[in-house]
Design a protein around this ligand. Structure first.
Ligand code: IVH
Length: 781
């Protein structure tokens, strides 16, 4: 057995290397699971030998909260700011001044990189170990944020390799990538918490947390753009220095380029400007630096700005403007969403006059009123958003925004949607943030959108019927419901603008052809809220017929893969609604013929167990384990529903509160009836769940195996393949490692296939996969 000291050293080196590949290079070499395994090994070794723990150990990133606030740090060399340029002339003038300062007509060598929109920090390394992190502050005095910067994984706790100066101050930007920012705000919004206005504020707010645990939970990154003090010799060139830093494990910009002459600088600016929206982080411009440090020192400073560097600023992504009014738009599913009408303003490179306000909760959260001065943000291709109200500029004339009582298009009532949640054996309904016009297809806004969706390529695929034509058909009242499409005559089509003999005949033929349709397409075409292509396919392949889809109870629907409670209720309510029922009936009466299958999917047959049924039955104080006890004890639903207090009292390992919960439910006739109905539905659908327990243990032939899917499968979607594998007891993972049992590779398989081959993992194709499923009595539906 190797000595723990060496083991610890090796583990730390491995972990640091893999963290570097993952966080700095963005190019991981091992799976997250393998990383976690190494990490846990190190953690347990350190637990056994606490005397061997050092500050640069990867396990020591998150420390304890300090007692007092941040202390002050004096910067040995001031942290500078940059002069700004806003056009090519400004850059040309900067370039010319530099040439004059250097007394040369020669082309200058310039380094260019993005100007990251975050906050500047200084990181001090002694003997290669990170000893201090500080904010810029006023440039002379900053705050000590060592504990917080240590939590950022792209900041090395110890420099890699060798040759670094004994004392080295690295400077750069801490920022929050767009995806992390969006996800964080999305979560905060869902939880009703404060959201950040932009990634820069989020990064600054996260780094100024007193508790490093909070900082650690935020998606922050670091990128180096220069040095402060250094005790050793470094190359004269900035770009060479950056490359050296990179070899020590420090993240530098992947966009860094060395340019010769002014034209190359202008070209770089326009190239990066064109890619601004698609970069994974916010940038507010380009920083140009004379590359040679010798030349830099000749040029020196003008007050606090270096004469050897400047920033080209891109158009601001935030501007303030006036919110004129809020309009309400009605979408395909009747959702009424607020749209802000703004005084036009130039932001993020375009003129914006509309912005999204998400929903009414967002309006309440922002406390935004008509007439308010607001901050509009446009970052990337996302729709501009209102992120803040400038409350200081209120005059008192502003007016509150409320959802209209009636639909602005059809005058029907507007209802607030309800959310269904389940937790601890209870189902609760709460108010949702979405409002809906109840007019359905009688509302022309909904009808038009519904028809556009109905004829679209992935739905009924009716070619030759564009949005304009649909508008006309609705406005002329030739079409009041999707079924009316099948009654259109060629003469009626000829009466529409834009149609001639041939195009009208083609359309009539296309409509007729669309009558033969798969159940999945038909369900998708109905436009049930929250039901996209994938869910429609799952409904069709598992339930087989439209009739079953229409009858399915929410509790049956949640047995399907990927169908949650919320979606289940949407489907159920949609199908129960008499208006929608009529729409479906009319379509069938017009001769729409569905390609259906009579059988229910095998995978569904095996999915329902008595304990799952009991667990879903909303019994107070009965959760998963309680449900299992009851199921094991009673064996059938009937026995359970007919039990008396004595028998109930003798159920082993069920809490007294659980028993009381069951007793209360059994006394509720409606509840008992609901359970029976559910059971009846399962039996009607051929879901023979009572004998299922035996089936399932038999079916777990892949238990303990880890399978990976890659490439495309022709006969089924990934989700279905995954569900079938899970049903056989396999774990389905997203990445290939030495622990992978089998890789199923469809056409288009790439790096996973290569890796599997390298590791000698068994690889099978789709045909072999299907043969395996069939041998297990399963088939894709
Ligand atoms: S160089 C003397 N490079 O911009 C040069 N700064 O206005 C000092 N910044 O406080 C900075 N990206 O926070 C430099 N690639 C980059 C930068 C960058 C962002 C920020 C930095 C600084 C501010 C200067």
């Amino acid at each position: 057995m190797e000595n723990p000291q060496n083991q610890i050293k090796q583990l730390r080196e491995q972990l640091s290397l893999h963290a570097y590949k993952y966080y700095v290079l963005d190019d991981p070499e091992i799976t997250d699971a393998d990383y976690d395994r190494l990490y846990q090994q190190l953690e347990s070794l350190e637990k056994a030998h606490p005397e061997l723990i050092t500050v640069d150990s990867p396990t020591q990133r998150v420390g304890a909260k300090p007692d007092s606030g941040f202390s002050e740090v004096q910067h040995e060399l001031p942290m500078l700011s940059l002069s700004n340029q806003f056009d090519d002339q400004g850059i040309a003038a900067f370039y010319q001044r530099a040439q004059e300062g250097l007394e040369t007509q020669d082309q200058l060598s310039i380094s260019a990189e993005p100007k990251l929109d975050g906050l500047a920090v200084s990181l001090l390394y002694e003997q290669g170990v990170l000893v201090r992190g500080a904010t810029r502050g006023d440039g002379t005095t900053g705050e000590d944020i060592t504990l917080n910067v240590r939590t950022i994984k792209s900041i090395p706790l110890k420099l890699m390799g060798e040759g670094w100066p004994e004392r080295l101050e690295i400077r750069g930007e801490i920022y929050m990538p767009k995806a992390g920012f969006d996800a964080m705000n999305e979560r905060a919004r869902a939880a009703g918490e404060k959201v950040f206005v932009n990634p820069r504020n989020a990064a600054a707010g996260s780094i100024r947390q007193l508790d490093p645990k909070i900082t650690a939970s935020r998606p922050l990154e670091f990128c180096c753009y220069g040095l402060g003090t250094s005790s050793g010799e470094l190359p004269d060139s900035y770009i060479e220095t950056q490359r050296r830093l990179s070899s020590w494990g420090v993240k530098i910009s992947p966009e860094l380029e060395q340019l010769d002459g002014l034209d190359a600088c202008l070209d770089y600016i326009s190239r990066l400007g064109a890619r601004r929206d698609s970069l994974p982080y916010d940038i507010d411009g380009v920083v140009l630096k004379i590359d040679s440090r010798d030349q830099q020192s000749v040029l020196g400073f003008r007050s606090r700005d270096p004469r050897w560097a400047t920033a080209y600023k891109f158009p601001a992504q935030e501007q303030s403007t006036r919110l004129i009014a809020v309009d309400f738009q009605v979408g395909r599913t009747g959702a009424v969403t607020p749209v802000a009408r703004l005084e036009p303003v130039f932001v993020g490179g375009v003129t914006v006059s509309n912005a999204t306000l998400h929903n009414m909760d967002e309006i309440a959260r922002l406390d935004v009123r008509a007439g308010d001065q607001v901050i509009v943000r446009r970052a990337g291709d996302v729709i501009p958003q209102i992120v803040k109200v400038v409350v200081e500029q209120r005059t008192g004339e502003e007016t509150a925004i409320s959802v209209p009582d009636h639909c602005p298009v059809c005058g029907s009532e507007i209802e607030r949607t309800r959310l269904v949640k389940r937790g601890k054996g209870k189902e609760t309904h709460a108010e949702g943030a979405i409002y809906r016009c109840v007019g359905r297809l009688a509302c022309t806004a909904q009808l038009k959108q519904a028809l556009i969706h109905f004829v679209s390529r992935k739905a009924m695929d009716i070619d030759g019927l564009g949005e304009k034509a649909i508008e006309m058909l609705v406005d002329l009242e030739l079409v009041r419901s999707p079924a009316d499409l099948y009654r259109l005559t060629k003469d009626q089509v000829l009466g529409l603008e834009g149609y001639a003999e041939t195009s009208a005949s083609n359309l009539i033929n296309a409509i007729a052809d669309s009558k033969q349709v798969t159940l999945a397409r038909f369900i998708y075409a109905l436009g049930i809220p929250e039901v996209g292509e994938e869910t429609a396919r799952i409904l069709a392949s598992h339930l087989g017929t439209l009739e079953r889809v229409r009858k399915a109870l929410p509790r049956t629907l949640v047995c399907l893969p990927e169908v949650g409670l919320e979606v289940a209720y949407e489907i159920y309510h949609f199908c129960q609604d008499s208006h929608n029922a009529e729409v479906m009936d009319n379509l069938l009466n017009e001769g729409v013929e569905l390609e259906q299958q009579t059988e229910i999917a095998n995978s569904l047959k095996a999915c329902m167990t008595l304990d799952r049924l009991i667990n879903q039955a909303a019994i107070p104080s009965v959760a998963e384990t309680g449900a299992k006890q009851l199921a094991d004890y009673f064996g059938t639903l009937d026995a359970f529903l007919q039990t008396d207090t004595d028998r109930l009292a003798s159920v082993p390992k069920l809490s007294a509160r659980g028993k009381a919960g069951v007793a209360a439910k059994l006394a509720d006739a409606d509840w008992v009836e609901e359970q029976r109905q559910f059971e009846a539905q399962l039996l009607e659908f051929g879901i023979h769940w009572e004998s299922e327990r035996a089936d399932q243990t038999e079916a777990q032939s892949l238990a303990g195996e880890t399978w990976v899917l890659t490439g495309t499968l022709e006969s089924m979607g990934r989700n279905e393949a995954k569900a079938l594998l899970q049903q056989l007891g396999a774990k389905v993972s997203g990445s290939v490692s030495a622990k992978t049992s089998v890789l199923v590779a469809g056409p288009g398989a790439g790096s996973k296939l290569t890796k599997a081959e390298q590791l000698g993992v068994k690889v099978i194709d789709e045909a072999q996969f299907i043969a395996m499923l069939e041998s297990q009595g399963l088939s894709s539906s």
